[in-house]
Design a protein. Structure first.
Length: 627
């Protein structure tokens, strides 16, 4: 056990896995800085590695091993340790095992190594997982998870590497068959095991002050670790962590705080995050964890729209002339001088629109289109020749009460759409500012309606449209993670803001009028419904993220509606049965536990009568849809 000198001989062993075998740029940045502090770097890859990605890794090391995807990270490390052999490994002052589950550095790794070199240790890491009084893995000898160094970065000094105990540990490592095995058989017990053998350890980032606050500071206090403790890394998992666990451990702010701090207060390029996550993670997980929900003031703004270098337009599809005045009132929320392109079917309607637009302070282009494909074809065919002229576009269309959505129910859907895209000039200015602040924002839409009969589509937004949407995306060569158990991140109402560049693959398909089905299109399962759900995933495939947008006025309505619905659904479970969280009780419904019958009985009383039918339709789908 000893401190080491600044010219210490260090070996780094980097583990990499990607389901598509692609090495994204964040890995280049990580390895470029890490290699400055290493004498030698070896890389071990589980599973497939694309040829271009293999070449990428070879730039950093002439020792790259690609092996079968067995044993997870633990056996990957074991494989490389065996390749070197204990005699060769003993020549290094420090052997470092690290992997691609971390991103960084936010601060140069040199700062960390300089600090740790002076400490009298046998092994160390960057971050600590704190004591947890239980054993979810069934592998902890004493029934609890001890405080331990997290295995995304372990540094072993020569005093540990040359010990018989350490060498026996790796030589006799049992097969690791699952992620829980990796944590439960290696990561969680490792630190305590060797501490009890007399070896000394420390974490670079001291989080003893967070004991009792969170077990996992790197996930649930990430901003604090970076801002106050100069932690050089953060976890990819922050952006797709299981959200039930997020809400069981926190109020859910950690990832949003982390991202906004990285974006606004560090030199770390957040494009590195999006380049990887948009390729590998379901958009619903990103929206939840990163809080990709924006609430914009509809009464004030500090943004001068005239200063924007972006060319902005409103594309407005008009069908119901009796709604024209109301629709144009929302159109006037656009900045003065903006282009407004109005699509209509029929000369009579075109003349009526032109007359209504006389004298308004916009450049209005009224376009005749064919009466097929509704608003979808109006966008994809009616304006495809000019869409590339703009940087940011708002797409809207009139909505009318129908027999399927009578009275104020249908009007409420229209209100939700318009008030969350064109509430006022101030609101629009704030939306444009957000697109400028976030160059990777590709699509901004209102959330789906959730009142009256719309409740079920809100709960299961795919309906019968998952397979047809999947087929369409395949035709577009859009390959992003889809999951029928997770809500579609899509403008269910087809009103939204977008960057034409984000939807380029959709426009490039060169749609024609005859591609669209004739009326009626009120039944789910048509091409129109597939396109409606595909918009967000096309943007994701093009390298852009999607977000929900709310005006401050409508956010007040939405918060009350969601709060009321959640309280009604959880009253019979979380309150009457007690002792657990709402998630635990809802899981009981999904998994068919003995409590299910009791919960059903209570919910039949607690949930308002109008919600019974949609509620139980959701439940019947839950065991097959919700994971």
């Amino acid at each position: 056990m000893a401190a080491i000198t600044t010219d210490a001989k260090r070996l780094g062993i980097f583990f990499f896995y990607d389901s598509q075998g692609i090495v994204d740029d964040y890995v280049d940045v990580l390895l470029t800085d890490m290699k400055k502090n290493l004498t030698e770097l070896a890389i071990v890859v589980n599973g497939y590695l694309a040829p271009k990605s293999y070449a990428k890794l070879r730039k950093f090391s002439d020792r790259v091993i690609v092996r079968d995807n067995i044993g997870f990270d633990v056996w990957a490390y074991k494989t490389m340790l065996q390749k070197y052999g204990w005699a060769k490994l003993s020549e290094f002052d420090e052997v470092i095992l690290f992997n691609a589950t971390i991103m960084g550095p936010v601060y140069s790794f040199e700062e960390m190594f300089t600090s740790m070199d002076s400490r009298d240790l046998d092994f160390w890491g960057i971050t600590t997982y704190h004591y947890y009084p239980g054993d979810p893995f069934g592998t902890m000898p004493e029934g609890y998870i001890p405080t331990h160094l997290q295995s995304h970065f372990h540094a072993y000094r020569k005093s540990l590497v040359t010990s018989e105990a350490f060498q026996d540990y790796w030589d006799n490592m049992p097969m690791i068959d699952s992620y829980t095995d990796s944590v439960g058989k290696h990561e969680a017990p490792f630190t305590q095991r060797f501490e009890r053998l007399g070896f000394k350890w420390e974490s670079y980032v001291d989080t003893t002050d967070l004991e009792g606050f969170t077990n996992q500071p790197i996930v649930f206090a990430a901003k604090k670790l970076i801002e106050e403790k100069r932690c050089p890394i953060f976890k990819r998992r922050s952006f797709f962590h299981d959200y039930d666990d997020v809400l069981n451990q926190s109020v859910g702010n950690a990832t949003m705080d982390l991202y906004e701090y990285l974006r606004d207060h560090t030199d770390f390029d957040t494009n590195l995050i999006w380049n990887n996550l948009l390729r590998t993670i379901n958009m619903a997980d990103l929206v939840r964890n990163a809080k990709l929900n924006y609430v914009f003031s509809d009464t004030s703004t500090t943004y001068d729209v005239a200063s924007s270098s972006n060319k902005v337009a409103l594309i407005l599809h008009v069908y119901y002339l009796e709604l024209l005045e109301q629709t144009l009132a929302y159109a006037r929320s656009m900045p003065e001088g903006s282009d407004i392109i109005v699509t209509v079917a029929g000369e009579e309607k075109a003349e009526a629109v032109k007359k209504a637009c006389e004298g308004i302070s916009y450049k209005v282009d009224v376009r005749l289109i064919e009466n097929v494909g509704r608003d979808v074809s109006a966008l994809l065919v009616g304006v495809k020749d000019i869409i590339d002229n703009y940087d940011i576009v708002c797409f809207a269309h009139d909505k009318k009460v129908t027999q399927l959505t009578p009275y104020s129910k249908g009007d409420g859907f229209a209100l939700k759409c318009f008030e969350n895209i064109l509430a006022s000039r101030e609101y629009v200015a704030n939306v444009i500012e957000k697109f400028e602040q976030e160059p990777r924002l590709g699509l901004l839409a209102p959330t789906a309606p959730n009142h009256a009969e719309y409740f079920l589509p809100y709960s299961n937004g795919w309906g019968p449209n998952f397979a047809i949407t999947q087929k369409l995306l395949k035709e577009l060569h859009v390959d992003v993670p889809l999951d029928s158990s997770k809500e579609p991140i899509a403008p269910l109402g087809t009103m939204f803001w977008f960057r034409p560049e984000a939807l380029k693959p959709l426009f490039d398909l060169n749609w024609q009028w005859e591609d669209f089905p004739p009326e009626p299109n009120d039944i789910d399962g048509t091409l129109l419904h597939a396109i409606e759900r595909a918009y967000g995933y096309v943007a994701q495939g093009a390298g852009y993220f999607c977000a929900w947008g709310f005006s401050t006025t409508f956010a007040r309505i939405e918060l009350v509606n969601l709060s009321h619905q959640l309280q009604q659904f959880t009253y019979g479970t979380a309150v009457r049965f007690g002792g657990g969280t709402a998630f635990e009780m809802l899981r009981a419904l999904r998994t068919g536990s003995p409590m299910k019958a009791k919960i059903r009985k209570v919910l039949s009383v607690a949930v308002p009568q109008p919600l019974h039918a949609p509620a139980w339709r959701v439940y019947r789908k839950a065991r097959g849809i919700i994971r």
